[in-house]
Design a protein around this ligand. Structure first.
Ligand SMILES: C[S@@+](CC[C@H](N)C(=O)[O-])C[C@H]1O[C@@H](n2cnc3c(N)ncnc32)[C@H](O)[C@@H]1O
Length: 248
């Protein structure tokens, strides 16, 4: 979560921001020991910011159609989406994450009313959310860290009838490659599920976007050329996708 926050801050300070998260730098300045992304992780900044931008746009469109609603922002980390989207008074927004993350979020944010402790893989976590309103569930940079059973719990428990899920996931070959990345190893983390695990349990797929394509069209120069070439290989183009599912 500190990696993505740092990427948001770098993007916002760049000449041509993709996301333009105007809260990230202030939040990061309050972190005692902000991470140094280095070349390898820092190279993911356009991808991560394109992902956040697309999710912001989808969520903004959904909120425009739902005045009275619930938003579950699962695995929110330190992301400022609720400030960026500024939902109306009829929207109950829950920023959900594990206890240590929510404690940190409460220390860093001036207004932390949306901060909610919950293990998304624990079915009982979902009892705290109102079930009688239209619901948008956002899972950004989350599902790949869960095992397939955890992904199933999210789908089964977070999605009440009529709900929409917006989630990114990775191709089945990506967890293996990600496991080779020194930063992932040093952080003792890794990817444990893929798009195939989500597709197996998720309801109706209504939209799918390649985040590799989204990165290519939002960058320029060498980065864009490199990503465009990468996208020519079909398995690479779908390395990371953003999907929208609806539960009828
Ligand atoms: C890569 S970060 C993404 C954070 C944020 N969505 C963003 O894009 O900046 C993954 C987040 O998922 C959270 N997470 C992982 N497993 C979780 C679980 N079982 N329950 C709740 N949150 C979880 C982590 O604590 C972390 O904040």
């Amino acid at each position: 979560m500190l990696w993505t926050l740092t990427m948001h801050a770098h993007d916002a300070a760049s000449e041509r921001p993709i996301l333009g998260d105007r809260y990230a730098a202030d939040l990061l300045a309050r972190v005692d020991d902000p991470p140094d992304l280095g070349l390898s992780l820092g190279g993911n900044t356009p991808l991560i910011c394109a992902r956040a931008k697309l999710i912001d746009d989808i969520a903004r469109g959904w909120l425009a159609r739902h005045d009275e609603a619930v938003v579950l922002h699962l695995g929110c980390g330190l992301d400022s989406r609720v400030l960026r989207l500024d939902p109306g008074p009829g929207v109950r927004w829950f920023d959900v994450d594990q206890e240590p993350v929510i404690e940190l979020r409460r220390r860093l944010y001036d207004d932390s009313r949306t901060a909610t402790v919950g293990d998304v893989t624990d079915p009982s976590s979902y009892r705290q959310f109102p079930a009688d309103l239209p619901r948008l569930v956002i899972a950004e940079g989350l599902l790949m860290y869960l095992d397939p059973a955890g992904v199933r719990t999210v789908v089964d428990r977070a999605l009440t009838p009529g709900s929409t899920l917006v989630a990114d996931s990775v191709a089945p070959w990506v967890p293996w490659v990600a496991g080779l990345q020194p930063a992932m190893r040093a952080a003792d983390t890794g990817f444990r599920s893929s798009t195939a695990d989500l597709a197996r349990v998720a309801p109706r797929l209504v939209d799918e976007l390649s985040l590799v394509d989204a990165t290519a069209t939002r960058t320029d120069g060498l980065t864009s050329t490199f990503v465009r070439l990468f996208a020519l290989v079909p398995p690479a183009r779908n390395a990371m996708v953003l999907q929208t599912y609806e539960r009828p």
